[in-house]
Write a protein of this length. Structure first.
Length: 173
């Protein structure tokens, strides 16, 4: 969707982001309004050995579009609340959609006594997931804490991120 340039006060110009904002609004609204896509016990995920232990992930869909990785909020939450929408099933028609449980949460292995779980550790785990799945690039959609993790990942590994969005609390609040 092309963005147009609008005149601004003082003779400078600015980009009209209304079309993008409207599309983002529709996507987020669909995320919260649509019927649940999966029953809580209906998952068929896998684990792999990550840098800090076993990492659980679930992959739905196929296709050649750039994969979407959903980065849940927390810390302390698993990915199950993200299964409240059929939006992922629609997106999975053309791409892989990947849910995962972060280090020490959900179906990933629990943290051991004294085990590190820093932002850097979480970035390493997310990159290990990308490598395990053989993804050259991915789109990150982060919810709350997952948004901060996604932004930190993109700052460290910009060449591996094709795009991203943060849903939840605004930056600086």
């Amino acid at each position: 969707m092309p963005m147009s340039v609008l005149p601004s006060v003082g003779g400078s110009s600015r980009i009209n982001t209304r079309p993008f904002n409207f599309c983002l609004f529709l996507f987020v609204a669909a995320f919260f309004v649509v019927a649940p896509a999966h029953a809580p016990g209906a998952e068929s995920g896998n684990t792999f050995d990550g840098p800090g232990g076993k990492i659980y992930y679930e992959l739905i869909g196929s296709g050649n579009a750039i994969p979407l990785v959903l980065v849940n909020g927390g810390p302390g939450l698993d990915h199950l609340y993200l299964h409240t929408s059929t939006a992922w099933d629609v997106l999975a028609r053309s791409r892989r959609v990947i849910f995962y449980d972060q280090r020490g949460n959900g179906r990933s292995s629990p943290l051991k006594e004294g085990q590190s779980c820093t932002l850097a550790d979480q970035i390493d785990d997310l990159d290990a997931l990308r490598a395990h799945l053989g993804l050259e690039k991915m789109i990150l959609l982060g919810s709350s804490w997952g948004g901060y993790l996604s932004m930190a990942y993109a700052a460290r590994h910009a060449e591996r991120v094709a795009g991203g969005a943060k849903v939840g609390r605004k930056i600086g609040s």
